[in-house]
Design a protein around this ligand. Structure first.
Ligand code: NAD
Length: 486
Protein backbone atom coordinates (compact mmCIF):
# COMPACT_ATOMS: atom_id res chain seq x y z
CA UNK A 1 0.00 0.00 0.00
CA UNK A 2 1.37 3.43 -0.87
CA UNK A 3 1.76 6.21 1.66
CA UNK A 4 -0.92 8.24 -0.10
CA UNK A 5 -3.52 5.56 0.54
CA UNK A 6 -3.29 5.71 4.35
CA UNK A 7 -5.46 8.03 6.36
CA UNK A 8 -2.94 10.05 8.38
CA UNK A 9 -0.04 11.26 6.28
CA UNK A 10 3.52 11.02 7.49
CA UNK A 11 6.51 13.22 7.04
CA UNK A 12 9.31 12.02 4.78
CA UNK A 13 12.68 12.55 6.42
CA UNK A 14 15.95 10.88 5.50
CA UNK A 15 14.12 8.50 3.17
CA UNK A 16 11.81 7.23 5.95
CA UNK A 17 8.09 7.83 6.48
CA UNK A 18 7.96 9.24 9.99
CA UNK A 19 5.05 10.26 12.19
CA UNK A 20 5.12 13.91 13.19
CA UNK A 21 6.04 14.51 16.83
CA UNK A 22 3.15 16.93 17.18
CA UNK A 23 -0.27 15.45 17.98
CA UNK A 24 -2.05 18.06 15.90
CA UNK A 25 -3.60 17.15 12.58
CA UNK A 26 -6.13 18.56 10.12
CA UNK A 27 -8.58 16.89 7.77
CA UNK A 28 -7.90 17.04 4.03
CA UNK A 29 -11.11 17.28 2.01
CA UNK A 30 -12.10 16.39 -1.48
CA UNK A 31 -13.59 19.81 -2.32
CA UNK A 32 -15.98 18.32 -4.89
CA UNK A 33 -17.69 16.12 -2.31
CA UNK A 34 -16.75 17.53 1.08
CA UNK A 35 -15.45 14.09 2.12
CA UNK A 36 -12.37 13.73 4.31
CA UNK A 37 -9.76 11.91 2.24
CA UNK A 38 -6.83 12.01 4.67
CA UNK A 39 -5.48 13.73 7.75
CA UNK A 40 -2.38 15.86 7.52
CA UNK A 41 -0.07 16.27 10.50
CA UNK A 42 0.53 19.83 11.65
CA UNK A 43 4.16 19.27 12.47
CA UNK A 44 6.12 21.28 14.99
CA UNK A 45 9.59 22.75 15.22
CA UNK A 46 11.15 19.45 16.31
CA UNK A 47 10.06 17.86 13.04
CA UNK A 48 11.56 20.73 11.05
CA UNK A 49 14.79 20.55 13.05
CA UNK A 50 15.06 16.84 12.34
CA UNK A 51 14.45 17.21 8.61
CA UNK A 52 16.82 20.16 8.24
CA UNK A 53 19.59 18.36 10.17
CA UNK A 54 19.25 15.31 7.92
CA UNK A 55 19.24 17.50 4.81
CA UNK A 56 22.23 19.48 6.07
CA UNK A 57 24.26 16.35 6.71
CA UNK A 58 23.28 14.86 3.36
CA UNK A 59 24.32 18.05 1.59
CA UNK A 60 27.97 17.38 2.51
CA UNK A 61 28.05 14.27 0.29
CA UNK A 62 25.34 15.02 -2.27
CA UNK A 63 27.18 18.14 -3.46
CA UNK A 64 30.15 15.90 -4.33
CA UNK A 65 28.12 13.64 -6.63
CA UNK A 66 29.02 14.47 -10.25
CA UNK A 67 26.38 16.58 -11.96
CA UNK A 68 25.65 14.06 -14.78
CA UNK A 69 25.06 11.38 -12.16
CA UNK A 70 22.58 13.59 -10.34
CA UNK A 71 20.92 14.43 -13.67
CA UNK A 72 20.55 10.74 -14.55
CA UNK A 73 18.27 10.30 -11.53
CA UNK A 74 16.02 13.01 -12.92
CA UNK A 75 15.90 11.24 -16.29
CA UNK A 76 14.53 8.19 -14.48
CA UNK A 77 12.19 10.38 -12.48
CA UNK A 78 10.87 11.98 -15.66
CA UNK A 79 10.01 8.53 -17.04
CA UNK A 80 8.28 7.55 -13.81
CA UNK A 81 6.19 10.73 -13.85
CA UNK A 82 5.20 10.00 -17.45
CA UNK A 83 4.30 6.41 -16.49
CA UNK A 84 2.12 7.67 -13.61
CA UNK A 85 0.65 10.67 -15.45
CA UNK A 86 -3.02 9.66 -15.16
CA UNK A 87 -2.69 8.63 -11.53
CA UNK A 88 -1.01 11.92 -10.57
CA UNK A 89 -3.60 13.97 -12.46
CA UNK A 90 -6.42 12.10 -10.73
CA UNK A 91 -4.88 12.75 -7.34
CA UNK A 92 -4.63 16.47 -8.14
CA UNK A 93 -8.32 16.56 -9.09
CA UNK A 94 -9.30 14.73 -5.93
CA UNK A 95 -7.43 16.98 -3.51
CA UNK A 96 -7.61 20.29 -5.39
CA UNK A 97 -10.86 20.11 -7.37
CA UNK A 98 -9.64 21.31 -10.81
CA UNK A 99 -10.93 19.21 -13.70
CA UNK A 100 -8.96 16.19 -14.92
CA UNK A 101 -7.83 17.86 -18.16
CA UNK A 102 -6.40 20.80 -16.22
CA UNK A 103 -4.79 18.43 -13.74
CA UNK A 104 -3.29 16.49 -16.65
CA UNK A 105 -1.85 19.75 -17.96
CA UNK A 106 -0.45 20.54 -14.54
CA UNK A 107 1.41 17.22 -14.52
CA UNK A 108 2.84 18.14 -17.91
CA UNK A 109 4.14 21.45 -16.52
CA UNK A 110 5.76 19.54 -13.65
CA UNK A 111 7.38 17.06 -16.02
CA UNK A 112 8.78 19.92 -18.10
CA UNK A 113 10.46 21.30 -15.00
CA UNK A 114 12.10 17.93 -14.43
CA UNK A 115 13.21 17.84 -18.08
CA UNK A 116 14.73 21.31 -17.80
CA UNK A 117 16.54 20.36 -14.59
CA UNK A 118 17.90 17.17 -16.19
CA UNK A 119 19.94 19.48 -18.43
CA UNK A 120 22.04 20.47 -15.40
CA UNK A 121 25.38 19.36 -16.88
CA UNK A 122 24.95 22.00 -19.60
CA UNK A 123 23.33 24.56 -17.31
CA UNK A 124 26.10 24.32 -14.70
CA UNK A 125 28.94 24.95 -17.14
CA UNK A 126 30.98 27.97 -16.06
CA UNK A 127 32.90 30.53 -18.11
CA UNK A 128 36.56 31.33 -18.66
CA UNK A 129 38.63 34.18 -20.01
CA UNK A 130 41.98 32.81 -21.16
CA UNK A 131 43.82 36.09 -20.75
CA UNK A 132 42.78 38.84 -18.36
CA UNK A 133 46.39 40.05 -18.12
CA UNK A 134 49.70 38.69 -19.27
CA UNK A 135 49.88 35.02 -18.24
CA UNK A 136 46.76 35.50 -16.11
CA UNK A 137 43.43 33.71 -16.62
CA UNK A 138 40.10 33.69 -14.85
CA UNK A 139 37.15 31.38 -14.74
CA UNK A 140 33.87 30.99 -12.91
CA UNK A 141 32.48 27.76 -11.42
CA UNK A 142 28.99 27.15 -10.10
CA UNK A 143 28.21 25.43 -6.76
CA UNK A 144 25.09 24.54 -4.77
CA UNK A 145 24.25 26.60 -1.70
CA UNK A 146 23.01 24.07 0.87
CA UNK A 147 19.61 23.20 2.30
CA UNK A 148 16.66 24.78 0.47
CA UNK A 149 13.26 25.18 2.15
CA UNK A 150 10.30 25.07 -0.24
CA UNK A 151 6.87 26.36 0.88
CA UNK A 152 4.03 25.85 -1.56
CA UNK A 153 0.34 26.81 -2.07
CA UNK A 154 -2.72 24.62 -2.59
CA UNK A 155 -3.55 25.58 -6.14
CA UNK A 156 -0.80 23.69 -8.01
CA UNK A 157 0.20 20.78 -5.76
CA UNK A 158 2.45 19.31 -8.47
CA UNK A 159 3.64 22.17 -10.65
CA UNK A 160 4.75 24.57 -7.94
CA UNK A 161 6.91 22.08 -5.97
CA UNK A 162 8.35 21.09 -9.37
CA UNK A 163 9.41 24.72 -9.96
CA UNK A 164 11.67 24.19 -7.00
CA UNK A 165 13.04 20.81 -6.03
CA UNK A 166 14.15 19.29 -9.39
CA UNK A 167 16.45 22.24 -10.14
CA UNK A 168 17.51 22.61 -6.51
CA UNK A 169 18.58 18.99 -6.05
CA UNK A 170 20.13 18.46 -9.47
CA UNK A 171 22.42 21.44 -8.83
CA UNK A 172 23.60 19.73 -5.63
CA UNK A 173 21.39 21.17 -2.89
CA UNK A 174 19.22 19.20 -0.52
CA UNK A 175 15.57 20.07 0.00
CA UNK A 176 12.87 20.28 2.66
CA UNK A 177 9.36 20.76 1.25
CA UNK A 178 6.43 22.12 3.27
CA UNK A 179 3.45 21.45 0.99
CA UNK A 180 0.10 23.17 1.44
CA UNK A 181 -1.78 21.51 4.26
CA UNK A 182 -4.87 21.71 2.05
CA UNK A 183 -3.33 19.61 -0.77
CA UNK A 184 -0.62 17.46 0.82
CA UNK A 185 -1.18 14.08 -0.83
CA UNK A 186 0.47 14.71 -4.16
CA UNK A 187 3.75 15.72 -2.49
CA UNK A 188 4.03 12.34 -0.83
CA UNK A 189 3.51 10.59 -4.15
CA UNK A 190 6.25 12.77 -5.68
CA UNK A 191 8.58 11.62 -2.90
CA UNK A 192 7.76 7.94 -3.45
CA UNK A 193 8.58 8.27 -7.13
CA UNK A 194 11.82 10.13 -6.37
CA UNK A 195 12.84 7.22 -4.18
CA UNK A 196 11.97 4.79 -6.98
CA UNK A 197 14.12 6.85 -9.35
CA UNK A 198 17.08 6.20 -7.05
CA UNK A 199 17.43 9.51 -5.23
CA UNK A 200 19.62 8.91 -2.15
CA UNK A 201 17.88 9.19 1.20
CA UNK A 202 17.91 12.64 2.77
CA UNK A 203 18.26 14.67 -0.42
CA UNK A 204 14.52 15.37 -0.56
CA UNK A 205 12.40 15.62 2.59
CA UNK A 206 8.84 16.61 3.41
CA UNK A 207 7.53 18.16 6.62
CA UNK A 208 3.76 18.61 6.58
CA UNK A 209 2.10 21.37 8.52
CA UNK A 210 1.39 25.08 8.63
CA UNK A 211 2.85 28.22 10.24
CA UNK A 212 5.16 26.47 12.71
CA UNK A 213 6.90 24.55 9.96
CA UNK A 214 7.30 27.70 7.89
CA UNK A 215 8.73 29.60 10.86
CA UNK A 216 11.01 26.67 11.66
CA UNK A 217 12.45 26.79 8.15
CA UNK A 218 12.76 30.58 8.18
CA UNK A 219 14.64 30.62 11.48
CA UNK A 220 16.86 27.57 11.07
CA UNK A 221 20.46 28.63 10.46
CA UNK A 222 21.15 25.48 8.45
CA UNK A 223 18.62 26.52 5.79
CA UNK A 224 20.43 28.54 3.13
CA UNK A 225 17.51 29.64 0.99
CA UNK A 226 13.73 29.73 0.85
CA UNK A 227 11.54 29.39 -2.23
CA UNK A 228 8.01 30.48 -1.37
CA UNK A 229 4.84 30.61 -3.45
CA UNK A 230 1.55 31.73 -1.91
CA UNK A 231 -0.62 34.69 -1.03
CA UNK A 232 0.68 38.27 -0.77
CA UNK A 233 0.62 38.79 3.02
CA UNK A 234 2.40 35.49 3.66
CA UNK A 235 4.93 36.13 0.88
CA UNK A 236 5.78 39.51 2.39
CA UNK A 237 6.12 37.95 5.84
CA UNK A 238 8.29 35.09 4.56
CA UNK A 239 10.51 37.46 2.59
CA UNK A 240 11.03 39.79 5.56
CA UNK A 241 11.66 37.08 8.14
CA UNK A 242 13.82 34.99 5.80
CA UNK A 243 16.03 37.87 4.72
CA UNK A 244 16.28 39.12 8.32
CA UNK A 245 17.74 35.71 9.04
CA UNK A 246 20.19 36.39 6.18
CA UNK A 247 18.80 33.80 3.81
CA UNK A 248 18.37 34.00 0.10
CA UNK A 249 14.60 34.29 -0.46
CA UNK A 250 12.35 34.32 -3.51
CA UNK A 251 8.68 34.86 -2.61
CA UNK A 252 6.08 34.66 -5.36
CA UNK A 253 2.87 36.26 -4.19
CA UNK A 254 -0.77 37.00 -5.04
CA UNK A 255 -2.21 38.61 -8.12
CA UNK A 256 -4.99 40.57 -9.78
CA UNK A 257 -4.42 39.99 -13.45
CA UNK A 258 -5.73 42.41 -16.05
CA UNK A 259 -6.73 41.62 -19.60
CA UNK A 260 -7.36 44.30 -22.19
CA UNK A 261 -9.69 43.75 -25.15
CA UNK A 262 -9.34 46.30 -27.93
CA UNK A 263 -11.98 47.03 -30.55
CA UNK A 264 -10.08 45.24 -33.31
CA UNK A 265 -9.71 41.98 -31.35
CA UNK A 266 -11.07 38.68 -32.58
CA UNK A 267 -13.94 38.50 -30.12
CA UNK A 268 -14.55 34.80 -30.54
CA UNK A 269 -10.95 34.09 -29.48
CA UNK A 270 -10.94 36.77 -26.77
CA UNK A 271 -14.11 35.50 -25.09
CA UNK A 272 -13.00 31.85 -25.21
CA UNK A 273 -9.57 32.68 -23.81
CA UNK A 274 -10.88 34.99 -21.09
CA UNK A 275 -13.57 32.53 -20.05
CA UNK A 276 -10.89 29.88 -19.65
CA UNK A 277 -8.54 32.25 -17.84
CA UNK A 278 -11.21 33.55 -15.46
CA UNK A 279 -13.08 30.36 -14.65
CA UNK A 280 -10.54 27.59 -15.36
CA UNK A 281 -9.27 25.96 -12.15
CA UNK A 282 -12.21 27.77 -10.51
CA UNK A 283 -10.28 31.04 -10.78
CA UNK A 284 -7.70 29.62 -8.37
CA UNK A 285 -4.70 30.39 -10.53
CA UNK A 286 -2.15 33.08 -9.82
CA UNK A 287 -2.48 33.85 -13.55
CA UNK A 288 -6.30 33.90 -13.53
CA UNK A 289 -7.91 36.74 -15.46
CA UNK A 290 -9.74 38.73 -12.82
CA UNK A 291 -10.28 42.11 -14.48
CA UNK A 292 -11.03 42.70 -18.16
CA UNK A 293 -10.83 46.23 -19.51
CA UNK A 294 -12.89 46.35 -22.70
CA UNK A 295 -13.08 49.22 -25.17
CA UNK A 296 -16.49 50.87 -24.94
CA UNK A 297 -17.36 50.42 -28.61
CA UNK A 298 -17.36 46.61 -28.37
CA UNK A 299 -18.19 46.12 -24.68
CA UNK A 300 -21.84 45.11 -25.20
CA UNK A 301 -20.98 42.64 -27.95
CA UNK A 302 -18.08 41.21 -25.90
CA UNK A 303 -20.26 40.75 -22.82
CA UNK A 304 -23.10 39.14 -24.75
CA UNK A 305 -20.76 36.55 -26.27
CA UNK A 306 -18.92 35.95 -22.99
CA UNK A 307 -22.11 35.37 -21.03
CA UNK A 308 -23.49 33.12 -23.77
CA UNK A 309 -20.36 30.93 -23.66
CA UNK A 310 -20.21 31.01 -19.86
CA UNK A 311 -23.77 29.71 -19.65
CA UNK A 312 -22.61 26.57 -21.44
CA UNK A 313 -20.00 25.71 -18.79
CA UNK A 314 -20.57 22.42 -16.98
CA UNK A 315 -19.99 22.59 -13.24
CA UNK A 316 -19.26 19.56 -11.08
CA UNK A 317 -16.74 16.98 -9.94
CA UNK A 318 -13.62 17.40 -12.09
CA UNK A 319 -13.32 13.64 -12.52
CA UNK A 320 -16.62 13.50 -14.41
CA UNK A 321 -16.64 13.68 -18.20
CA UNK A 322 -17.13 17.14 -19.71
CA UNK A 323 -16.86 19.09 -16.45
CA UNK A 324 -15.14 22.45 -16.88
CA UNK A 325 -15.63 24.17 -13.54
CA UNK A 326 -14.82 22.34 -10.34
CA UNK A 327 -15.21 23.51 -6.74
CA UNK A 328 -13.14 26.06 -4.84
CA UNK A 329 -10.82 24.61 -2.28
CA UNK A 330 -12.76 24.87 1.01
CA UNK A 331 -16.14 25.79 2.47
CA UNK A 332 -14.58 28.93 4.05
CA UNK A 333 -13.21 29.96 0.66
CA UNK A 334 -16.68 29.54 -0.85
CA UNK A 335 -18.13 31.72 1.93
CA UNK A 336 -15.45 34.36 1.36
CA UNK A 337 -16.25 34.35 -2.38
CA UNK A 338 -19.98 34.75 -1.74
CA UNK A 339 -19.18 37.69 0.51
CA UNK A 340 -17.15 39.30 -2.28
CA UNK A 341 -20.09 38.88 -4.66
CA UNK A 342 -22.31 40.60 -2.11
CA UNK A 343 -19.71 43.36 -1.71
CA UNK A 344 -19.57 43.88 -5.47
CA UNK A 345 -23.35 44.33 -5.59
CA UNK A 346 -23.25 46.76 -2.66
CA UNK A 347 -20.44 48.72 -4.29
CA UNK A 348 -22.63 49.34 -7.33
CA UNK A 349 -21.07 46.98 -9.88
CA UNK A 350 -23.61 45.41 -12.24
CA UNK A 351 -23.96 41.69 -11.60
CA UNK A 352 -24.63 40.28 -15.04
CA UNK A 353 -24.06 36.62 -14.22
CA UNK A 354 -24.65 35.43 -10.66
CA UNK A 355 -22.80 32.20 -9.87
CA UNK A 356 -24.67 31.88 -6.58
CA UNK A 357 -27.78 30.92 -8.55
CA UNK A 358 -26.23 27.97 -10.40
CA UNK A 359 -27.71 24.67 -9.30
CA UNK A 360 -24.23 23.35 -8.47
CA UNK A 361 -23.74 26.14 -5.92
CA UNK A 362 -26.41 24.47 -3.78
CA UNK A 363 -24.61 21.09 -3.77
CA UNK A 364 -22.52 19.52 -1.05
CA UNK A 365 -19.11 20.32 -2.57
CA UNK A 366 -17.68 23.85 -2.48
CA UNK A 367 -19.08 25.07 -5.80
CA UNK A 368 -19.52 28.66 -6.92
CA UNK A 369 -20.83 29.23 -10.43
CA UNK A 370 -19.05 31.60 -12.83
CA UNK A 371 -19.81 35.16 -11.82
CA UNK A 372 -19.42 38.29 -13.97
CA UNK A 373 -19.65 41.92 -12.93
CA UNK A 374 -19.87 44.81 -15.38
CA UNK A 375 -18.98 48.49 -14.83
CA UNK A 376 -16.42 47.75 -12.17
CA UNK A 377 -14.24 50.67 -11.09
CA UNK A 378 -10.91 50.87 -9.33
CA UNK A 379 -12.32 52.13 -6.03
CA UNK A 380 -14.26 48.87 -5.58
CA UNK A 381 -12.89 46.07 -3.43
CA UNK A 382 -13.77 43.53 -6.11
CA UNK A 383 -11.34 45.40 -8.40
CA UNK A 384 -8.61 45.75 -5.78
CA UNK A 385 -8.52 42.41 -3.96
CA UNK A 386 -7.48 38.99 -5.17
CA UNK A 387 -10.69 36.96 -4.85
CA UNK A 388 -9.13 33.73 -6.17
CA UNK A 389 -12.43 32.27 -7.31
CA UNK A 390 -14.58 32.24 -10.49
CA UNK A 391 -15.46 35.93 -10.29
CA UNK A 392 -14.64 38.21 -13.22
CA UNK A 393 -14.81 42.01 -13.23
CA UNK A 394 -15.34 43.96 -16.44
CA UNK A 395 -14.29 47.61 -16.64
CA UNK A 396 -15.23 49.71 -19.64
CA UNK A 397 -12.49 51.95 -21.03
CA UNK A 398 -12.33 54.41 -23.90
CA UNK A 399 -8.93 53.37 -25.23
CA UNK A 400 -5.68 51.45 -24.65
CA UNK A 401 -4.01 54.26 -22.69
CA UNK A 402 -6.85 54.28 -20.20
CA UNK A 403 -6.76 50.49 -19.92
CA UNK A 404 -3.02 50.49 -19.20
CA UNK A 405 -3.33 53.32 -16.71
CA UNK A 406 -6.10 51.46 -14.93
CA UNK A 407 -4.18 48.17 -14.74
CA UNK A 408 -1.05 49.92 -13.45
CA UNK A 409 -2.94 51.27 -10.46
CA UNK A 410 -3.23 47.77 -9.02
CA UNK A 411 -0.73 46.94 -6.29
CA UNK A 412 -0.33 43.54 -7.97
CA UNK A 413 1.51 42.97 -11.22
CA UNK A 414 1.71 39.28 -11.94
CA UNK A 415 0.29 38.88 -15.44
CA UNK A 416 -1.45 40.99 -18.07
CA UNK A 417 -2.89 40.13 -21.49
CA UNK A 418 -3.97 42.08 -24.52
CA UNK A 419 -6.36 41.05 -27.27
CA UNK A 420 -5.72 42.88 -30.53
CA UNK A 421 -4.27 42.39 -33.99
CA UNK A 422 -2.53 45.74 -34.01
CA UNK A 423 1.26 45.56 -33.63
CA UNK A 424 1.63 49.12 -32.39
CA UNK A 425 -0.89 48.50 -29.63
CA UNK A 426 0.96 45.37 -28.60
CA UNK A 427 4.20 47.32 -28.43
CA UNK A 428 2.62 50.10 -26.37
CA UNK A 429 1.15 47.50 -24.03
CA UNK A 430 4.47 45.67 -23.67
CA UNK A 431 6.42 48.84 -22.98
CA UNK A 432 4.01 50.40 -20.49
CA UNK A 433 2.18 47.71 -18.57
CA UNK A 434 3.44 46.74 -15.10
CA UNK A 435 3.52 42.93 -15.03
CA UNK A 436 6.04 40.14 -15.12
CA UNK A 437 4.18 37.80 -17.47
CA UNK A 438 2.49 39.16 -20.60
CA UNK A 439 0.15 37.51 -23.08
CA UNK A 440 -0.97 38.55 -26.55
CA UNK A 441 -4.24 36.99 -27.70
CA UNK A 442 -3.95 34.36 -24.97
CA UNK A 443 -5.68 34.32 -21.60
CA UNK A 444 -3.04 32.72 -19.42
CA UNK A 445 0.66 33.49 -20.00
CA UNK A 446 1.53 30.28 -18.19
CA UNK A 447 4.87 29.62 -16.51
CA UNK A 448 7.17 27.53 -18.67
CA UNK A 449 10.09 25.63 -17.18
CA UNK A 450 12.58 27.14 -19.62
CA UNK A 451 11.80 30.82 -18.92
CA UNK A 452 11.88 32.77 -15.67
CA UNK A 453 8.48 33.19 -14.07
CA UNK A 454 7.26 35.85 -11.70
CA UNK A 455 5.38 39.07 -11.25
CA UNK A 456 6.36 42.61 -10.29
CA UNK A 457 5.30 44.94 -7.46
CA UNK A 458 3.38 43.17 -4.67
CA UNK A 459 3.20 39.95 -6.70
CA UNK A 460 6.85 39.14 -6.01
CA UNK A 461 9.49 39.78 -3.39
CA UNK A 462 13.07 38.99 -4.25
CA UNK A 463 15.38 39.24 -7.19
CA UNK A 464 15.78 35.99 -9.10
CA UNK A 465 12.49 34.60 -10.39
CA UNK A 466 11.45 30.95 -10.44
CA UNK A 467 12.35 28.61 -13.33
CA UNK A 468 14.74 28.89 -16.25
CA UNK A 469 18.15 30.42 -15.78
CA UNK A 470 16.89 32.53 -12.88
CA UNK A 471 16.07 29.33 -11.02
CA UNK A 472 19.53 27.97 -11.74
CA UNK A 473 21.12 31.12 -10.37
CA UNK A 474 18.92 31.14 -7.31
CA UNK A 475 20.00 27.62 -6.35
CA UNK A 476 23.71 28.12 -7.05
CA UNK A 477 26.59 30.38 -6.07
CA UNK A 478 29.78 31.10 -7.93
CA UNK A 479 33.52 30.92 -7.40
CA UNK A 480 35.88 32.87 -9.60
CA UNK A 481 39.41 31.52 -9.86
CA UNK A 482 42.25 33.65 -11.17
CA UNK A 483 45.46 31.83 -12.06
CA UNK A 484 48.94 32.95 -13.03
CA UNK A 485 51.10 30.32 -14.71
CA UNK A 486 54.70 30.96 -13.60
P1 NAD B 1 -1.23 30.78 1.37
O1 NAD B 1 -0.40 32.01 1.43
O2 NAD B 1 -2.39 30.67 2.27
O3 NAD B 1 -0.31 29.50 1.70
C1 NAD B 1 0.93 29.29 1.03
C2 NAD B 1 1.85 28.53 2.00
O4 NAD B 1 2.13 29.37 3.12
C3 NAD B 1 1.21 27.26 2.54
O5 NAD B 1 2.18 26.25 2.55
C4 NAD B 1 0.75 27.66 3.94
O6 NAD B 1 0.80 26.59 4.84
C5 NAD B 1 1.75 28.73 4.33
N1 NAD B 1 1.15 29.75 5.20
C6 NAD B 1 -0.13 30.23 5.14
N2 NAD B 1 -0.31 31.20 6.07
C7 NAD B 1 0.85 31.31 6.73
C8 NAD B 1 1.30 32.15 7.81
N3 NAD B 1 0.49 33.04 8.36
N4 NAD B 1 2.56 32.02 8.24
C9 NAD B 1 3.40 31.12 7.68
N5 NAD B 1 3.03 30.30 6.66
C10 NAD B 1 1.79 30.40 6.19
O7 NAD B 1 -1.63 30.58 -0.16
P2 NAD B 1 -2.67 29.53 -0.75
O8 NAD B 1 -4.05 29.97 -0.39
O9 NAD B 1 -2.24 28.15 -0.44
O10 NAD B 1 -2.43 29.75 -2.32
C11 NAD B 1 -3.08 30.73 -3.06
C12 NAD B 1 -2.26 31.99 -3.18
O11 NAD B 1 -1.01 31.69 -3.78
C13 NAD B 1 -2.90 33.03 -4.08
O12 NAD B 1 -2.72 34.29 -3.49
C14 NAD B 1 -2.13 32.91 -5.38
O13 NAD B 1 -2.12 34.08 -6.17
C15 NAD B 1 -0.77 32.60 -4.85
N6 NAD B 1 0.04 31.95 -5.89
C16 NAD B 1 1.00 32.71 -6.48
C17 NAD B 1 1.75 32.16 -7.51
C18 NAD B 1 2.78 32.99 -8.20
O14 NAD B 1 3.51 32.43 -9.00
N7 NAD B 1 2.89 34.27 -7.93
C19 NAD B 1 1.54 30.83 -7.89
C20 NAD B 1 0.57 30.08 -7.25
C21 NAD B 1 -0.19 30.66 -6.23
Amino acid sequence: MTQTAVKTLKNYIGGEWIEATSEKQEPVYNPATGEVIAYVPISGEKDVERAVSVAFEKFQTWKEVPVPKRARILFKYQQLLVDHWDELAKLITIENGKNFTEAYGEVQRGIENVEFAAGAPSLMIGEQLASIATDLESGVYRYPIGVIGGITPFNFPMMVPCWMFPLAIVTGNTFVLKPSERTPLLANRLAELLEEAGLPKGVFNIVHGAHDVVNGLLDNKKVAAISFVGSQPVAEYVYKRGTENLKRVQALAGAKNHSIVLADANLDNATTQILNAAFGSAGERCMAASVVAVEDSIADEFIKLLVQKTNEIKIGNGLDEGIFLGPVIREQHKERTLQYIETGVNEGAILIRDGRRDEAAQRKGYFVGPTIFDKVTKDMKIWQDEIFAPVLSIARVSNLDEAIELANQSRFANGACIFTNDGRSVRKFRENIDAGMLGVNIGVPAPMAFFPFSGWKDSFYGDLHANGKDGLQFYTRKKVITTRWV
